[in-house]
Design a protein around this ligand. Structure first.
Ligand code: FAD
Length: 461
């Protein structure tokens, strides 16, 4: 391993020991390859010498997926190039360590964008987004990352580089469905099947016009009823429908620097908010239809804040991202004593979202704990409930409440993790959702591609 660029310095190892999960796992070494050849060399040496490797992008994972207390953390941050952009074919080839926000800035002059939009897009990498099948507010319109990945190059555990490309066959009866699109093996694989060293991404034309609306509602049930109605309305076409309960709306208002005399958001205590967006390729967006629909659920025209144009929409995104960021910061003082932010990522079919949120609050109330804040992608039936645990005992108490909620979520036809993945801290909840057969098929795929268990030990296990 000596010929490889491995860092064993304590300070460097510790700087790769933390992601956004609150866990602290110090690896034996850190590798910062600058090329596919470097990655291949490293993987071959690890196979020979029996090292394990955990791939890492920007380490914004909320599940401990990009950190490990043994082996090597392989950071892709130095592999951050755009290889080429084919404007006519609407695709870009990129290295995995490219930050999503940098990709979007490079695409903008070409009138193109990459649809997946995790709110962490100014920090997270393309490789991390692919490996987590990341999604974001606009997933409501465009779908998650998976749908936008054409092809991947991956270094496997045997040191082989494979390139896989979607076939998009309209008809195919050869073999099992699960083996048809190898690209899908790696999207959402959380680093467990290989190191993604290159990706070809499908791009979309930038909308001609886009509008965001921050619409306050008197309470939670009104806001959630509005979201359900907006999803099925033929008068509005939502690109995103994001919910903010009273506490998270408070964070947004604080971050916006709005004073009581500013237009919009002059709301009473307890008000909730829905942030909706619509994008159009032909300049036609019916703002009145949005307001009329919102008023049916008790919203007040004068309280609505409109975000129009690129800069305003970016500001709205900043405010949206401020919510999880603020909770992350609130948890920071408790990390050293074993506390952390506990963030749920469950989702239910959107029509059941209001029932699921009420049930989550009830479980917290029954256990006598603060329900934290609830916000996020309710248009997709996908809220995040964030708690602050100040100690390991509080983590345990909160996770017991979360588990009760997850059991109900599964009974409603939902999922325990909609976009952040399973990583290390949610592995215990896999059996709530997957049968023993499903788990054994998943293990068989891992065994076939990585028989020695080299990649991302502890993730999705
Ligand atoms: C404040 C905040 C807000 C967030 N908002 C969202 C959101 O809106 N939507 C969302 O989906 N997520 C969100 N996340 C979670 C996280 O940002 C995303 O999952 C992101 O895609 C992870 O990218 P990363 O580069 O940080 O990956 P990392 O955290 O470094 O890694 C994540 C996983 O990907 C694997 N991986 C990374 N690179 C590679 C590679 N080249 N090859 C193979 N495996 C690899 C790692 O092993 C790990 O399993 C948020 C996180 C925070 C802290």
């Amino acid at each position: 391993m000596n010929a490889l660029p491995l860092e064993r310095d304590q300070a460097i190892r510790e700087s790769y020991a933390r992601d956004a999960s609150g866990l602290w796992l110090v690896p034996d070494a850190v590798a910062r390859p600058t090329s596919t050849d470097h990655v291949t060399e490293l993987v071959r040496a690890a196979a020979r010498d029996g090292f394990v490797i955990t791939p890492a992008g920007a380490q914004t994972s909320t599940t401990g997926a990009s950190i490990c207390d043994h082996g090597i953390v392989l950071s892709t941050r130095a592999m951050d190039k755009i290889i080429d952009i084919d404007v006519d074919a609407r695709r870009a080839r990129v290295q995995p360590g490219l930050v999503l926000g940098d990709l979007q800035r490079a695409l903008q002059p070409h009138g193109l964008f990459f649809a997946p939009d995790p709110t962490s897009d100014q920090e997270c990498t393309v490789g991390g987004a692919i490996a987590c099948n990341a999604s974001g507010p606009r997933t409501l319109q465009y779908g998650a990352t998976r749908a936008h990945v054409n092809a991947l190059t991956v270094v496997l555990a045997n040191g082989e580089n494979i390139s896989v490309r979607r076939q998009h066959l309209e008809k195919n009866t050869v073999g099992n469905r699960a083996i048809h699109e190898p690209v899908d093996w790696f999207v959402g694989s959380e680093g467990t099947l290989g190191v993604i060293v290159e990706a070809e991404l499908a791009l979309l034309p930038l909308p001609v016009r886009e509008i965001g609306l921050g619409i306050p509602f008197p309470d939670e049930s009104a806001a959630l009823a509005f979201i359900a109605a907006a999803r099925t309305s033929i008068n509005v076409a939502a690109r995103c429908l994001e919910y903010f309960d009273a506490a998270s709306f408070g964070i947004v208002r604080e971050q916006s620097g709005a004073s009581p005399s500013d237009a919009g958001w002059n709301v009473v205590d307890g008000a909730t908010m829905v942030y909706a967006e619509q994008a159009s390729q032909d300049d036609v967006i019916d703002l009145d239809a949005w307001i009329a629909l919102a008023e049916e659920f008790g919203a007040n025209d004068g309280d609505v804040r409109v975000f129009e144009g690129g800069a305003a929409i970016r500001e709205a995104r900043r405010l949206r991202h401020a919510v999880p960021s603020a909770m992350h910061e609130r948890a920071a003082p408790f990390l050293n004593s074993g506390g952390r932010r506990v963030s749920t990522d469950w989702a239910v079919p959107y029509a059941s979202a209001a029932r699921a949120v009420a049930m989550a609050r009830q479980h917290a109330k029954t256990a006598g704990i603060d329900p934290g804040i609830i916000y996020g992608h309710l248009g997709n039936g996908h809220p995040h409930q964030n708690f602050i645990a100040r100690s390991p005992a509080e983590v345990q108490m909160i996770e017991a409440v979360v588990e009760r909620t997850l059991r109900d979520v599964i009974a409603m036809g939902g999922t325990v993790a909609a976009e952040h993945g399973i990583g290390k801290i949610k592995s215990k909840w896999l059996p709530l959702q997957l049968s023993a057969q499903q788990i054994s098929v998943m293990r068989a795929v891992r065994q076939a591609l990585d028989p020695g268990g080299m990649f991302a030990p502890g993730n999705v296990e």
